[in-house]
Design a protein. Structure first.
Length: 207
């Protein structure tokens, strides 16, 4: 049967009942394209979660004929991996950025002298006989024909260490600017740790 020209024209222009016209937004993007974009956005987190579940399921299966303890260990590791993956997907869905791990703190170096402590630890060992290591920053005359060595911090900083040596020994000029190890009883001199050294030859230069 030949269709009337009017019907054909209506079908071409979209006026017929069997033809649907595509709607478009104000920016010219069709509704079909927008719907496809929405489906892609919703499916992205679901795809990540599906991938995590698949990987976790593959890792959970124990090897046939294997050691039961090894299988249990593998299952525990797979469960942990799966939980991490699920948490990552949840953060992505919620829009929460993954936190940047902080660098591990640098370990405190060990003093050169055996059994020694650092100069900034001396105030925690008042009343003990210890060997203390630290840099001699400066020196000054002290009463009683003595010289005061300022170790670690200028005296009387409570975090530093004061060392009294006989002025006649010349140790102040020889040791200033060097790292040393000093042994003796740690006293409390009005809040500042202090060691009295009778024989400066016992002071070991380490740097």
């Amino acid at each position: 049967m030949v269709r009337p020209a009017s019907d054909e024209a209506g079908a071409l222009t979209g006026g017929g009942s069997g033809c649907h016209t595509r709607r478009s937004d104000g920016d010219g993007t069709s509704g079909l394209v927008l719907a496809r974009r929405r489906r892609r956005r919703r499916s992205a987190p679901i795809g990540l979660l599906s991938l995590a579940l698949i990987l976790g399921g593959c890792a959970c299966g124990p090897a046939r004929g294997g050691d039961p303890s090894a299988a249990a260990t593998a299952a525990a590791q797979a469960t942990s991996t799966l939980r991490v993956a699920e948490a990552t997907v949840q953060r992505i869905i919620a829009g929460i950025p993954t936190p940047t791990p902080l660098p591990a703190p640098s370990p405190t170096p060990t003093p050169n002298c055996p059994g020694a402590i650092w100069w900034h630890q001396a105030r925690a060992h008042v009343g003990e006989v210890r060997t203390v290591q630290g840099p001699v920053l400066a020196s000054r005359p002290a009463p009683g024909a003595l010289d005061l060595l300022e170790v670690g911090q200028p005296y009387p900083d409570p975090t530093g260490l004061g060392v009294l040596v006989p002025a006649s020994s010349g140790a102040a000029a020889r040791l200033t600017g060097h790292g040393v190890c000093v042994g003796g009883s740690i006293e409390n001199d009005e809040g500042t740790p202090l060691i009295r050294v009778r024989d400066p030859a016992s002071i070991v230069v380490v740097s």
